[in-house]
Design a protein around this ligand. Structure first.
Ligand code: BEZ
Length: 248
């Protein structure tokens, strides 16, 4: 996945704005060492640093990290894969907002998070849960099929049971879980659904010519208009999974 960091910051700032609320679960303390896993353009990492924590922001995307480093030169950022990274320290807390659903090797990621926490260290995360953006994906699948293409699911949106079991398997004790719907207003009032897939869904169109892609996305958006377009705005049916856990 190649990321357009500027488009992300302009149209998808809600991703890290919603993350502010997740910081309340983390309760970061000044002086704590905190790892922000899948930090993107670094807004929440910088917020943690501003509160006095020693923060490392990690992301697999070099363009996201380059943008983060340009905007917040005082913060420590690294480009690394969450399934295989190895840092020289253990952290008081691992924090992750809206990133774990991109990390398909979930077992390896859980092991890495555990490995990088001090005993008693906290994990606080929010990610897409089972059912996240389900209507968008269903509309895309139907439009792709109409054009003779096969839709292959991509993201990892686990249920509460699935993800808490995974964390327990790797040694975490789960302390708090919340799964909730968050109907989310999309940035582009004209073409919110098309814009969303253009930002996040390139992988669905790897072998599809550009003109077909445009037709598929237009059909998917029109199919969603009766249910996902209200008072001049497009909405996506986000479902969030929020967890606080500790390393045993
Ligand atoms: C999410 O935050 O739920 C999400 C964002 C982009 C693609 C898929 C899911």
């Amino acid at each position: 996945m190649s990321w357009n960091a500027d488009l992300y910051k302009n149209n998808y700032a809600f991703v890290f704005q919603y993350g502010n609320n997740l910081l309340e679960w983390l309760q970061p303390q000044a002086g704590e060492h905190i790892l922000d896993l899948g930090c993107g353009t670094g807004e929440l990492t910088a917020q943690l640093a501003a509160g006095g924590a020693q923060v490392t922001g990690l992301d697999a995307s070099a363009s996201m990290i380059a943008s983060a480093q340009r905007t917040f030169p005082q913060v420590n950022f690294v480009v690394a894969n969450a399934a295989s990274f190895s840092l020289p320290e253990q952290f008081d807390a691992v924090f992750s907002n809206a990133a774990l659903h991109w990390m398909l090797d979930k077992e390896a990621v859980a092991a890495r998070m555990y490995q990088h926490l001090k005993p008693g260290g906290r994990l606080v995360l929010e990610m897409g849960a089972k059912g996240n953006v389900a209507s968008l994906l269903q509309a895309l699948e139907q439009a792709m099929q109409r054009h003779g293409y096969t839709y292959t699911p991509f993201w990892y949106f686990p249920s509460v049971g699935e993800y808490t079991s995974l964390l327990e398997k790797y040694g975490f004790r789960v302390q708090q879980v919340l799964c909730f719907d968050r109907t989310t207003e999309l940035a582009d009032p004209e073409n919110g659904i098309i814009d969303w897939f253009d930002m996040f869904g390139d992988h669905f169109f790897e072998n599809i010519p550009a003109e077909k892609r445009t037709a598929i996305l237009q059909q998917a958006q029109e199919a969603l208009r009766p249910t996902h377009y209200r008072n001049g705005k497009w909405y996506a049916d986000y479902v969030r999974l929020r967890i606080a856990a500790v390393k045993h």
